[in-house]
Design a protein around this ligand. Structure first.
Ligand code: ATP
Ligand code: MG
Length: 447
């Protein structure tokens, strides 16, 4: 699946190479040091736990999440920071949110926190609410459903079985996502080799990659997301399993697919994400319109060059201004194939409809977004020709300007005209505040 390098493509996504080396964890690190208090020693006895003294930057840890952990611990439960926040802090990134895993059951958590609500029917989680809309998610340890809970195939359809801390670690997808942080002892708890993988910056599944991707094919997109966003390498066996399991993506829950595709584009790593999706073959399964466009450089006259320049423009804009509107991302993603679909057609809306119908079917693009794409596709060509007219007063004018700007970048053309239109349409105050804190900036958090 590796593609020949093309000299005229924009700089490659620079996925770092890494060597898989023997496990650097030395055996003395396995098991708890003898100085730990008895109760903590007993906690995870016999579970093949590695404890790592790895104090995380206290200032970077969300104080409300820390409060939740400490109150649970003081009340006699086990509680740890888990998942993405531990991973991101170890990699010097800024976590998006802080999740807590605990031995307390959801109702126990609710009894401890007044500002708590229980969500989810299949698997109940506690949300502890703080000022400013902040939510700390508190999940009871759970384990993978046993063999008997599985249907004929491997696809996991329910995962609502409570378990122990180590089982909760092992049910997770990648080793780097399965680290628990013990706030009081300032230790990282590792049951599956996540710390060595953090050190060598490698994405590895917990257990057999083929099995883990068959269980949940969305993990293929998650691997791409972490590789692109956090600048990590993908273990060669994992990479091969992603390629081998790519067709399974067609079986995954479609709304999850759509959400993951958006996430791939939202965090400043759209170029690398789309490159990897194309290379792994996931794009051919989920967005064949795009894969065909990229595969056929001759017919599209360097379409792949424009496409990846467009992804660069999205990444730059995201880093400068914060996350882009979903409608902007989707229109920009499909822009060239859409442009081809409407070329020379009178009924632009109808042609866009015909193009989007299978996309809506395959990845569950919400109608609201499809409708936005349709409307923006009628506006962008006019913006590019300087024929604005009544569009300037519609709610999608600013998103359409964003798309026009991204398209101009992809063609290597000046965006001055679009900037001028934006200045006219938006007084400076609005401009500054147009993307408030709905999505925290990732600037500086990734490298
Ligand atoms: P992000 O920074 O994008 O939120 P994250 O790792 O926190 O990344 P979430 O989707 O918030 O990802 O999930 C939280 C944790 O739940 C993950 O770190 C991982 O341990 C576990 N998890 C999420 N999705 C899966 C999955 N499909 N299979 C197994 N474990 C998963
Ligand atoms: Mg998260």
């Amino acid at each position: 699946m590796r593609r020949p390098s093309k000299p005229d493509l924009p700089p490659p996504p620079e996925l770092p190479s890494f060597r898989v080396e023997p496990d650097p964890v030395d055996d003395s690190a396995r098991g708890a040091p003898s100085s730990l208090e008895g109760s903590i020693l007993d906690r995870h006895e016999g579970t093949k736990l590695s404890r790592h003294d790895a104090p995380l930057d206290e200032d970077a840890i969300d104080s409300d999440a820390a409060k939740v952990v400490r109150r649970l611990e003081r009340s006699g439960y086990q509680a740890y920071l888990v998942g993405g926040c531990v991973r991101d802090l170890l990699l010097n990134g800024r976590p998006k949110d802080f999740d807590v895993a605990t031995s307390a059951r959801p109702d126990d958590v609710r009894a401890l926190f007044r500002n708590c609500r229980i969500i989810g029917r299949r698997f109940r989680l506690a949300h502890v609410l703080f000022g400013g809309g902040k939510v700390v998610e508190v999940a009871t340890f759970r384990r993978n459903p046993g063999e008997t809970d599985l249907e004929d195939d491997l696809l996991i359809r329910s995962d609502n079985v409570f378990g122990e801390a180590h089982e909760d670690a092992l049910r997770r997808d990648f080793t780097i996502n399965a680290l628990f942080y013990d706030l009081d002892r300032r230790q990282v708890l590792d049951w599956c080799g996540g710390m060595p993988d953090i050190q060598r910056r490698a994405i590895r599944t917990i257990g057999e990659p083929i099995v883990r991707f068959r269980e949940d094919p969305v993990r293929i997109l998650r691997a791409i997301k972490f590789a692109a966003r956090l600048d990590l390498g993908i273990d060669p066996n994992v990479y091969d399993a992603m390629v081998a399991s790519r067709l399974e993506l067609a079986r995954a829950a479609r709304p999850r697919l759509f959400e993951e595709i958006l996430r791939l584009m939202r965090a400043g790593g759209a170029h690398r994400s789309m490159w990897l999706m194309w290379e792994v073959g996931a794009m051919a399964v989920l967005m064949p319109e795009l894969a065909a466009f990229l595969d056929d450089d001759e017919a599209t006259e360097d379409g792949s060059l424009r496409f990846f320049r467009k992804m660069d423009a999205i990444d730059r804009k995201t880093l400068d201004e914060g996350v882009l509107d979903d409608v902007v991302l989707m229109t920009a993603l499909f822009y060239e194939p859409l442009e081809e679909a409407v070329a020379g057609v009178r009924d632009v809306m109808g042609a866009v409809n015909d193009f989007l119908e299978p996309v809506i079917e395959r990845i569950a693009m919400p109608r609201r977004i499809a409708d936005g794409v349709r409307r923006i596709m009628t506006m962008v060509p006019r913006i590019l020709q300087g024929r604005i007219g009544r569009f300037a007063r519609t709610d999608l004018f600013l998103p359409a300007l964003d798309v026009a700007e991204i398209v101009l970048h992809s063609r290597g053309q000046s965006t001055a005209s679009v900037q001028a239109l934006r200045r006219e349409a938006m007084p400076p105050i609005t401009r500054e505040h147009r993307r408030p804190s709905a999505f925290p900036r990732q600037r500086g958090a990734r490298r």
